[in-house]
Design a protein around this ligand. Structure first.
Ligand SMILES: [Zn+2]
Length: 273
């Protein structure tokens, strides 16, 4: 599932390709993906000029002319491809945009867990998918005191708290596992037990893991393809995620795998306390 770094990688790739472009035609193959799509979405988009795409959590937001915003959510398996000519459409290319320049943006979503929405730009902060999102971990607003206060008094596991999008936006299972390893914090620890040095290490680890992943072009564990057809390679740099039974890169002890709240956790019992 695309996490924050994958979505940010897509956003960065889209920016030079679609900013200032005007939509000439929209090819929409269905009226729904995960949820019903806005009525007449294809017709409403024609003639609109795109601004530089933004990101909030795992959502891509494109402000359009006439003061409306297009939201794109990649879901579980969504991918965006860019073309400088009309593409040969594939089975799962559900939403394709032709720009007046002759370039195309194609959103494919085989499992249809993605979403598209179009709404007044002024209503963005109140959008049902956006208003409850927590702090952006790469923003200046994500600091040690902020993380400490978010976790204070929480009896849930630190792992579960970090996955809660209402607290920190955009973190998923892969990068939470990696950040906890780098911070030397056990995924079995309670969220409320990390003030002080642990909170400092965790704040820094979350930012570092996300920045490295964005730089590497996003992880591609499944079928997530980057614009331009490149596939991210950060998966090779994962230190604990998916490494059960392998030696810890720091101490050599075996990486353990446990299930917490239905999700796999990977950790080094020696390095993570
Ligand atoms: Zn270790």
């Amino acid at each position: 599932m695309p996490e924050l770094p994958e979505v940010e990688t897509v956003r960065e790739a889209l920016e030079p390709a679609i900013a200032s472009q005007t939509i000439a035609y929209v090819r929409l193959t269905r009226g729904d993906l995960r949820w019903p799509l806005p009525e007449d979405l294809d017709k409403r988009l024609v003639g609109r000029r795109c601004s530089a795409p933004k990101r909030r959590g795992k959502y891509i937001l494109i402000d359009l002319s006439q003061k409306e915003t297009l939201l794109i959510h990649l879901g579980m398996s969504g991918a965006i491809r860019l073309y400088d000519h009309k593409p040969n459409f594939q089975k799962h290319d559900h939403f394709s945009v032709e720009f007046t320049s002759g370039q195309w943006m194609v959103f494919s979503d085989p499992r249809r867990f993605g979403h598209l929405d179009l709404f007044a730009s002024a209503a963005t902060p109140k959008h049902p998918l956006l208003f409850c999102l927590g702090v952006e971990p790469l923003s200046d607003a994500f600091t040690v005191p902020v993380l400490t206060s978010l976790m204070k008094g929480r009896k849930t596991l630190i792992k579960s708290a970090l996955l809660d999008q209402r607290l920190v936006a955009g973190l998923g299972n892969i990068y939470v596992n990696e950040a906890l390893f780098r911070a030397g914090i056990s995924p079995r620890r309670k969220a409320g037990s990390i003030p002080g040095k642990r909170a400092l290490r965790l704040t820094n680890a979350i930012k570092a893991v996300l920045r490295e992943a964005i730089k590497a072009g996003g992880t591609s564990l499944r079928d997530h393809i980057q614009p331009g057809g490149e596939i991210g390679y950060f998966a090779q740099n994962l230190r604990v995620y998916g490494q059960a039974g392998q030696p810890c890169v720091d101490c050599g002890q075996e990486i353990k795998q446990i299930i917490q709240s239905g999700r796999s956790s990977f950790y080094c019992p020696s390095c993570q306390r």
